[in-house]
Design a protein around this ligand. Structure first.
Ligand code: SAM
Length: 238
């Protein structure tokens, strides 16, 4: 890509919402690298996590925290920087900001005030798995993380049992076993699912098929890591 491509250089007063890798550092884009190394400052969920990534990428820019617990205050501070003509990049710990990650509030504030917000797309666990799953992708419903309480999870599965599009969920290592049991119990053993673990990392595992078969395969496999779960519409066959 030409080095005089204007999209590689941050403009004053612009917020860049920059996707970062979900495991494989080589998934950083050329545009992300260029903008992250040139913006006035970078807002990130965890300065240590992003600091470590930037060190590996040999980027040194001022970092400040933007996370769930200071989102309102930090959004105001980003807006003040933008209004003073600074360029700011927003990143999360991994993947695309605002997708089950902080970012929504500052984007909303910028849209409300007419400040330019620029997407710098890249890795996202959800779209990575969808793209290889073999499940319908023409339309899907991303529900993020389900609540931890069993009753609320049961209600979700009962409500969406007959949903006509693919359903996508994020799940942690602590609850993946619980989720696969819920899927089999509440949606039936033949329901087609796709479960992606540790996408783009060394122990990446992707399994598509009836939930009873996937559970069987997973019973002896490691449940450590990060998971994306896709549920096919009822009666879908692979
Ligand atoms: N913003 C991120 C994105 O664009 O995918 C998602 C952040 S969310 C806090 C973290 C969850 O995303 C994990 O618990 C897991 O469900 C999913 N996830 C993130 N990285 C993943 C990976 N490499 N493999 C599988 N799932 C992943």
């Amino acid at each position: 890509m030409s080095s005089d491509n204007p999209s590689l250089t941050p403009e004053p007063g612009h917020l860049y919402v920059v996707a970062t890798p979900i495991g494989n550092l080589a998934d950083i884009t050329e545009r992300a690298l260029s903008l992250l190394s040139k913006v006035d400052s970078i807002a990130c969920e965890d300065t240590r996590t992003t600091g470590a990534m930037l060190t590996r990428l040999e980027i040194r820019r001022p970092l400040f925290a933007y996370h769930d617990h200071n989102e309102k205050r930090a959004a105001d501070s980003i807006v003040a920087k933008l209004q003073a003509g600074e360029s700011v990049a927003l990143v999360s710990d991994a993947g695309t900001p605002a997708i089950s990650d902080p970012g929504f509030r500052v984007a909303r504030e910028c849209q409300r005030l007419g400040l330019p917000v620029v997407p710098v797309p890249g890795a996202c666990a959800l779209t990575s798995l969808l793209s290889v799953s073999g499940l319908p992708t023409d339309a899907f419903f991303f529900a993020g993380f389900l609540p931890p309480k069993s009753a609320a999870r049961r209600r979700f599965f009962e409500e969406y049992r007959d949903f006509k599009h693919t359903i996508a969920l994020y799940e942690s290592t602590h609850r993946i076993e619980k989720m696969t049991a819920e899927l089999e119990d509440l949606l039936g053993p033949e329901r087609i699912v796709c479960i992606g673990r540790e996408l783009t990392k060394k122990f990446e595992t992707i399994r598509s098929g009836p939930i009873s078969q996937i559970r069987e395969q997973m019973s002896t496999a490691s449940k450590k890591g990060e998971f994306v779960v896709l549920i096919a519409p009822a009666n879908y066959e692979l």
